[in-house]
Design a protein around this ligand. Structure first.
Ligand SMILES: [Zn+2]
Length: 465
């Protein structure tokens, strides 16, 4: 992407106008790159920037080469990618459920999509780099679309969750991309996006600006962009070193109003100017990075030595991070016995499914805890396998259908969202109550065996309050 011929000047992606201040004219390698900040919202971006045709060619053929010097992942990259993918799934564990349809944008070697499949979801990906897409398709047997989010024609209203890790900062039109992903999600579907933090102090001041990053968001600008695209913010968080932002959005049909962000310009300027070279070398960041890197290289080398095949390496590393130790142990046992004692193996695998059921109830618990914002009440109905959830604050247990009507009547207030948690087999018992109660919003999580899914993610029954 060096020596671009076609450059263009652009207004702020969030405000739609040009009201900028120049921050820098050099990238981290000392080459010309003009970076500005919008005085109305604090968005930091490259201006002028290469035209989209230049960028597309770069991502389809050269990008991974620039970064890692390889077109297909090496073993050490697989080990690292597995660890990163596992951490990403841990972060959103309370929001993902078996049977959900997921799509990872910029899926690289397919690690996140593969991890989603390991967790019982229908994982898929979109990747512009041909080498990586082929690897994920052929070696990991994953459904991967080829192309950039900016020119892909994705299916509409199809996904329960879309993830996008370290892609948005590279996009030519991030708002357009978010709107397109919004339309690909089912109602109430989740959009998880992670990118570097413009306020970060993890890197030396001279290393902050990367040629491939057209946009540098902080929490406020990332949240604003999501909300303009029609999303409701579920959670905004920073990584422990402050270097990355993770946003979890939910699909709504809001008008997408631009909030007043003038204060954010001062916030970003302060972070930008307050980050000095001396401050950086006096902080823990450079040394932490150095030791972490040295340790990582050692560990990756050792793990890669003992495993041959790329997929086995990926799966083993993901399982290590994602599955609880008890499950891994049982899995090893059931594999070992299957050859000689088929009957015993069957027994053990039945134990295994019981243990996964318990794990899922833990996930529902996490889901509930994360979703409560004071206006949510969860009612567990007829739930022998869900009884344990009644210990969670905000969860009410209703054992009989008569009791359910009274329970709902007792809880119902304007602005309270009532969610029913019910097992599939018992759904017909309460169908009438569901249809006659005037609930504002009702979410039903259906549970059967060790697989559960959202039956109805958002439904309005009866007159609205
Ligand atoms: Zn702006």
């Amino acid at each position: 992407m060096r020596g671009e011929k076609y450059m263009e000047f652009i207004p702020c992606e969030i405000c739609g106008v040009t009201d900028e201040r120049e921050l820098s004219t050099r990238d981290r390698d000392g080459e010309y790159l003009r970076t500005v900040i919008c005085k109305r919202c604090g968005l930091v971006y490259t201006n002028p920037r290469p035209e989209i045709s230049e960028l597309r060619e770069y991502y389809e053929h050269s990008y991974r080469l620039d970064y890692k010097g390889v077109r297909q992942p090496k073993k050490k990259h697989i080990v690292r990618a597995a660890k990163v993918a596992a951490e990403r799934l841990q972060e959103i564990r309370g929001y993902i459920f078996q049977g959900m349809k997921s799509l990872d944008i910029g899926s690289g070697g397919g690690e996140v999509a593969y991890a989603m499949q390991l967790m019982g979801l229908e994982g898929s990906g979109l990747e512009p780099n041909e080498g990586y897409a082929d690897y994920a398709r052929n070696v990991l047997r994953l459904p991967i679309y080829s192309g950039c989010i900016e020119n892909a024609s994705l299916p509409q209203v199809s996904y329960d969750i879309i993830t996008m890790y370290h892609v948005i900062e590279h996009l030519h039109g991030p708002l357009k991309a978010l709107r397109s992903l919004h339309s690909s999600l089912k109602t109430d579907g989740l959009f998880v996006v992670e990118c570097p933090n413009a306020e970060s102090r993890c890197q030396a001041p001279s290393h902050r600006l990367h040629r491939a990053h057209l946009y540098n968001f902080n929490m406020t600008t990332l949240q604003a962009l999501g909300e303009i695209a029609g999303f409701h913010t579920v959670r905004m968080s920073l990584s422990s070193d402050g270097g990355n932002i993770t946003a979890i959005f939910r699909k709504t049909y809001s008008a997408g109003v631009l909030p007043d962000l003038t204060h954010n310009y001062q916030v970003v300027m302060k972070a930008w100017e307050g980050h000095s070279k001396m401050g950086y070398y006096l902080s823990k960041h450079p040394y932490r990075r150095f030791t972490a890197k040295a340790l990582r290289i050692m560990k990756e080398g050792i793990v890669a030595l003992f495993t041959r095949k790329g997929e086995t390496l990926l799966r083993k590393n993901l399982e290590k991070h994602l599955l609880p130790p008890s499950t891994q142990k049982q899995r090893r046992w059931s594999y070992g016995l299957a050859g000689t004692f088929a009957g015993i193996a069957l027994f053990i695998s039945s134990l295994w499914s019981i243990s996964s059921l318990m794990d899922h109830s833990e996930e529902i618990r996490t889901f509930i805890e994360r979703h409560q914002d004071g206006n949510d009440v969860f009612i567990v109905v007829h739930g022998n396998s869900l009884k344990g959830l009644s210990q969670v604050p905000g969860v009410v247990l209703s054992q009989h259908k008569k009791e359910l009507k009274t329970t709902i009547a007792g809880i119902m207030r304007p602005n309270v969202d009532i969610h029913l948690l019910v097992e599939d087999d018992h759904l017909h018992h309460i169908k009438e109550t569901i249809e006659t109660a005037s609930l504002k919003t009702m979410k039903i999580i259906s549970v059967r065996g060790n697989a559960y899914h959202f039956l109805t993610t958002e439904t309005h029954y009866g007159p609205k309050l």
